[in-house]
Ligand binder design. Structure first.
Ligand code: COS
Length: 384
């Protein structure tokens, strides 16, 4: 792997960085305080192609490779994890999964609208009583003539209330266990589903998190994504894609923590000099830099494998695990360096800390990533 970025990658990073600094970061605190969904930001981002980065141009994207995709995600994550989460779901869980498993008609129907931001998508796997053990989802899919009837609840669904379409997983044949799970693309206009916003979150306060309400939602036969019974594999594949995006976003948060810590520590004086001149402060900054760069390289390695079309589940879990834990430590150090000011939203580091927390939970907890890595390493399945 070549660590020099191509000129295309440099260019898209600059585009995302400039946009993040100009249009995303300045409003992040107010959106966080008021739990305001960043609809205006998304509207401005769409014409730049950033809502469909890695999707090929023929379907409305800008055809970024996976390193370019990570660079954009990192820059957006550096400015605001709520915006980054919205994007991760839109692109990595929904668009790329349709691209990989969709029929030509499904790709033509959904991808241009998703890439242009005309429609936001959501990903409905988790349920009130099924999170880590995703094989145990209870939402049912029953045939009615050529249609399907979906019934159940989905929980913690990012973009749920603001979505115009949903990629939902439901059990079509309980006797077959996970091999009965089937994926559906639900157009909200054609097959209305309900949603209920979830509030009072620790972080990601301006992203939309909702419960999806599927009360006998009728969907046509052509809503099935992939084959009937192939849904669990589709979900796992989607999560390989989503976890990559979470990892890149976490690198962005960690970088934001370094930037904030450097700015503050070179200005704030104590004991007669800027606190950056104290060895224990430099130690914290050095730890943040080492871990952030290590996390970034793990992301790029996973991206390099994805670019080559090679398996990357293990490497994606390594990147997601390490980057999300490193971002949390970086945010904690950034608060420590800011002292009492770090505890107030006068500075952004408390938001970075709150926002970083969910990276260790969603799209597979830290513990799930460790089980995946442990299984790859030992060959022993601790989940069976
Ligand atoms: N890509 C494609 N297929 C995959 C896959 C992947 N990354 N990982 C597993 N599969 C397939 C397996 O090949 C297996 O196929 P068969 O039916 O042919 O045997 C099937 O999926 C079941 O796999 P496995 O036995 O590994 O399933 P487990 O029940 O052991 O679960 C974990 C595996 C725990 C890793 C999975 O349930 C998981 O990731 N849980 C976390 C879910 C999550 O991230 N939730 C957050 C939702 S989004 S906020």
């Amino acid at each position: 792997m070549d660590f020099d970025l191509t000129s295309d990658q440099e260019q898209v990073r600059k585009l995302a960085r400039d946009f993040a600094d100009r249009e995303i970061a300045p409003g992040a605190r107010e959106r966080d305080r008021n739990e305001t969904f960043p609809a205006d930001v998304l509207k401005k981002m769409a014409p730049l192609g950033l809502l469909g980065g890695p999707v090929p141009e023929e379907y409305g994207g800008i055809g970024l490779d996976f390193i370019g995709h990570a660079l954009v995600t990192e820059e957006i994550g550096r400015a605001d994890s709520s915006v980054r989460t919205t994007l991760s779901v839109q692109i990595s869980l929904v668009e790329l999964t349709i691209l990989k498993f969709g029929t030509e008609a499904q790709k033509r129907r959904y991808l241009p609208k998703l890439c242009s931001g005309e429609t936001l998508g959501c990903f409905g796997l988790t349920e009130p009583e099924a999170g880590s053990d995703a094989t145990k989802i209870r939402t049912s899919a029953k045939r009615d003539g050529r249609d399907w009837i979906l019934r159940g609840r989905k929980m913690w669904i990012s973009n749920g209330s603001v979505s115009g379409m949903a990629l939902v997983f439901a059990q079509a044949d309980p006797a077959k266990g996970h091999r009965g799970i089937t994926a559906f693309l639900i157009d909200r206009e054609e097959s209305p589903y309900g949603s209920q916003g979830l509030h009072g979150k620790l972080g990601l306060r301006s992203s939309d998190s909702s419960e999806l309400i599927l009360d006998d939602v009728r969907v046509p036969a052509d809503a099935v994504l992939g084959e009937v019974g192939e849904g669990f594999k589709i979900a796992m594949s989607a999560l390989d894609s989503g976890r990559y995006s979470v990892a890149a976003g976490a690198v962005g948060v960690a970088q934001a923590c370094i930037d904030a810590a450097v700015t503050y520590s070179t200005q704030r004086q104590s004991f007669g000099k800027p606190i950056a001149g104290h060895q224990l402060v430099q130690e914290m900054i050095a730890d943040m830099v080492v871990e952030t760069e290590a996390a970034r390289l793990l992301v790029w390695r996973a991206g390099d494998l994805k670019n080559k079309g090679r398996p990357s589940t293990r490497e994606t879990s390594l990147a997601k695990l390490y980057a999300s834990e490193a971002a949390q430590r970086a945010a904690d150090n950034a608060i420590q360096i800011h002292g009492g000011y770090g505890f107030s939203d006068e500075f952004p580091v408390e938001r970075y800390w709150r926002d970083a927390r969910v990276n260790r939970l969603y799209e597979g907890t830290t513990q799930i990533q460790k089980l995946i890595i442990g299984r790859f390493t030992t060959g022993v399945d601790a989940m069976s």
